[in-house]
Design a binder for this molecule. Structure first.
Ligand code: ADE
Length: 237
């Protein structure tokens, strides 16, 4: 079973949205587990201090290495082989390949950064791998951790209702997904593309692939280049 252990200064933020919808129902029936642990629980001084000012000066506060190490060690026995992730805008950008790899494992320890960051020494000493969910800065790693967990959980066996919708969707094919339509056939003067009503599944599949390629080329030239290199002959447009 996939076990998510989250280390945070705001455990009350969990499960939050992960307690609803698909992920929440799967959590309720025990398809995965979530433990949110308060980093502050390992602080022993009178003020339960978890952070300090940055060495060398500057704004903000830095999570102390001894505190972070104690929180990790309390959450994970030495033989716990789950990956240890630190949510951080400095991390390697998350993608569907990594999400799929994580969903095939038995869980993750996820440390949520706050303040200016985490003392670099504990990142190295405890083998934390930094993961970013995009090129923007959140006020903390909690929402990023929820995004990561949501993306993982929906791939767990038996969690996603319609299994097929997993394989054709954006990023699994290397392309953005083709557009979707449903009834009514005409809405505010706009009709559903005729081909989708033709019943010709071969032509529909071809049309959808063309649409997906077109959209990807226009919207995401980075994905398009990778797709082209893998699927299309060199030099062909
Ligand atoms: N914490 C703050 N911003 C973040 C981001 N973009 N990704 C992951 N963790 C973060």
């Amino acid at each position: 079973m996939f076990r998510a252990t989250v280390l945070t200064l705001y455990p009350e933020m969990f499960p939050g949205p992960l307690g609803a919808s698909l992920a929440g129902r799967a959590l309720e029936r025990g398809a995965w587990s979530l433990e949110a642990r308060n980093i502050r629980d390992v602080a022993t001084d009178r003020h339960r201090t978890v952070d300090d000012t940055p060495a060398g000066g500057g704004a903000g506060m830095v999570l102390k290495p001894d505190i972070v190490a104690a929180a990790i060690d309390a959450a994970c026995p030495a033989d716990d082989t789950r990956p240890r992730l630190l949510m951080s805008p400095r991390g390697k950008p998350l993608d569907q390949t990594r999400v799929r790899a994580l969903s095939a494992g038995d869980g993750a320890l996820i440390l949520c950064g706050r303040f200016e960051g985490v003392d670099e020494r504990v990142v190295e000493a405890r083998g934390l791998e930094e993961v970013s969910i995009g090129d923007y800065v959140l006020s903390g790693g909690e929402l990023a951790a929820m995004v990561l967990i949501d993306a993982i959980v929906r791939l767990l066996p038996g969690v996603m209702g319609n299994a097929e919708s997993g394989d054709t969707e954006s990023f699994e094919t290397g392309l953005l997904e083709h557009p979707h339509y449903t009834r009514p056939q005409e809405w505010e003067g706009h009709a559903i593309p005729e081909i989708l009503l033709s019943g010709d599944h071969g032509r529909i599949a071809k049309w959808r692939l063309e649409q997906a390629r077109d959209l990807t080329r226009r919207r995401r030239p980075d994905l398009w280049e990778a797709y082209r290199a893998q699927h299309l002959e060199k030099g062909k447009p």
